[in-house]
Structure formats: C-alpha cells, structure tokens
Ligand binder design. Structure first.
Ligand SMILES: [Zn+2]
Length: 332
C-alpha cells in the first residue's frame, strides 16, 4: 500500500563499505561497482544509507557481474524494509516480553522520537514473528537461498536495542542477503551462540566458507567452536576501531599530560583584563589559541586528539619564541 504521509527527511548519513574484497567464487578481486542508496528509519533517527556494491569482473567467473552489497546493510535493515531491524526488535520485545498492546507500543516508539504510524507497528510485529519463525528444518527454503552461490558466507549479528534485555541474534547469508535463522536469547554466551551457528551449518545443504561479524569476543569464540577453521572476517569499521584501541589509549594519556602543562590560562587572562594595549591584545590572542587547541578534539580512530594538541601547542610555542628573539629576551 502506498504511503499517505511524506517520508521524514534523513537526520544523518551512513556509508557502509563492503568488507569482502575477494570473489567467493573465483578468488579474484571484487571491484567497487556503485553505491546503492536507501533511507531507513531507526531508533536513532532517519538514516540515509550509502551501500557499497562490489562485483567480480573475471570473464570466466560464474559470479561475473553479480552484485555483492555491503555485509553491514543486513545488520541494520531487512531487504525491502523502511524500518530498521532495531525498531522491529524493539516492537517484538515490547509485545512478547513486556506484553504491551499495539497502541502502547506505538505510543512508546513515538515517545522515543521514532516517526511511525500505528498501522506500521502491527505490520512490523508480523515481520518480527515471521523472522523468529524461520526454521532450519525448512530445507526447501535453505536450498532455494543457497542454490545459486553454492556456498554461504555467514553474517552473525546481535541486536540489543535496550541494554539489559534479550539480544536478537540474526544469522544471515551475505551472498543472497537472506536471513537463515533468528533467535531472541536472554544470555549470549559462547556456547549459546555456538549452538545457533551449528544448527545453521548442519541444516545447510552447502558449506559455510566464511564468517563476517563485528568481532565481539563471544561471537569470535563461538565461531571458533562451531566452525573451526572457517575464515572469520571482522567488519572493516569495527576492525579498524579495535586495531586503533591501543593507539587511542596512548594518545588520550598523552593529551592528559599535555593539558597539565598548559594549566593557568585563566590567571594570565585575568592579569591583562581591562588593558587594551598591543601587549595585552597579543597575550589574549595566545591565550585564546591555547584554549581553543584544548577543546579541538580529533575523531578517533582516524584523528588523534593528543597529536593534534601537540601540533597546535608546538606552533604556539614557536610563535612565542619568535617574539622573544625579536625582543632579545627569553620567554618564561
Ligand atoms: Zn569471481
């Protein structure tokens, strides 16, 4: 049914890179082909997604030209949906774990700022129930999903829209984009997860040749237990964030130390308060430069705040040195 109200404007943009760079069929490179755009309403606002799509270009490959979309798309939203999986999971939890009525769920979502109409809440609850009803005993469905690729690259995602409540685990096939199994679990230990993964792998008529996840500790260990020897790739973004952690920690420490050295700007500013001569103006300028460098944070993991601060303070100090040389005195 066509929508009767206009879609809200996106509140943010999110680019989703495709982590798989090797063709699962021929092992050759996958080339970036284009970006697919779609808008998704999530608990955190209306998001405009830019989904990277890669393709194999090897003329003899069976997957020649077959699009492979970013693995991260499926962790945010199901195919053909306009609401995020986090909204679907929240509706399911409010209905089944908290036994709320549809109007109550609708009111709760509106309270959280999710632009949604009452009718959509009912539809999404149906989608949630369908998702949870997917069964690995439906061999016909699994055959249909996997026939074309002849293998599965498994994505394992845990969604927990509300901290402290159960996690909706979704096991997807990256190559077909289809959900293989979804379960809501109160505890998500390595063994719980390994059981789910094994259930899928035993039911599948084709092998699992790779796993993609955000690299969470319990997932890593569960994959190791259930699918020993199958390569496990972390999503690029999470991988980068993990890899940058020690650097981030060192940088943060350096910044704290640097900040200690430039304490006492306020007393200096106070001393020249009310003065309007050149010297006072210059002093105020330097104070402002130091002050703004303290609050100019980089965005980890790509920009290090400590290094940035170090760079700016070095410039301020060099400038002060130049002034001192001109005057023939040393700075204190
Ligand atoms: Zn290929």
């Amino acid at each position: 049914m066509a929508r009767r109200t206009t879609r809200p404007q996106p509140t943010r943009h999110l680019e989703l890179p495709a982590s798989l760079r090797i063709c699962p069929e021929c092992g050759g490179p996958l080339w970036a082909a284009y970006r697919s755009r779609r808008t998704v309403t999530t608990l955190d606002g209306v998001v405009r997604l830019g989904i990277q799509v890669r393709r194999c270009r090897a003329p003899q490959c069976r997957r020649l030209g077959v699009p492979l979309r970013s693995e991260q798309e499926g962790r945010l939203v199901l195919p053909q949906h306009e609401f995020g999986l986090d909204v679907v999971a929240t509706i399911g939890r409010l209905r089944h774990a908290e036994h709320r009525s549809l109007p109550e769920i609708h009111a709760e979502l509106v309270r959280r700022g999710v632009p949604i109409c009452a009718r959509s809440v009912g539809n999404l609850l149906d989608r949630y129930d369908e998702l949870l009803a997917l069964s690995t005993t439906d061999l016909g469905r699994l055959r249909r999903i996997t026939a074309e690729a002849g293998r599965v690259i498994l994505a394992v995602d845990g969604l927990q829209p509300d901290v402290g409540h159960e996690v909706l685990w979704v096991l997807r096939d990256v190559l077909s984009g289809e959900v293989l199994l979804a379960r809501s679990l109160l505890s998500s230990t390595r063994d719980d997860l390994a059981k789910l993964i094994r259930e899928v792998s035993e039911a599948l008529p084709v092998p699992i040749t790779g796993v993609v996840s955000d690299g969470q500790d319990s997932i890593r260990k569960a994959v190791q237990k259930a699918l020993d020897g199958v390569p496990h790739q972390l999503c690029q973004f999470h991988y980068l964030r993990e890899a940058a952690k020690p650097i981030y920690e060192a940088d943060r420490h350096a910044k704290v130390q640097l900040k200690k050295k430039v304490r006492g700007i306020r007393p200096i500013e106070r001393k020249v308060e009310g003065r309007d001569d050149d010297e006072a103006r210059a002093i105020r300028g330097y104070c402002a430069a130091v002050r703004s460098s303290l609050t100019d944070d980089g965005r980890p993991p790509l920009a290090a705040s400590g290094l940035k601060l170090q760079g700016r303070l070095t410039e301020v100090a060099a400038s002060l040195d130049r002034v001192a040389v001109k005057r023939g005195s040393r700075r204190s």
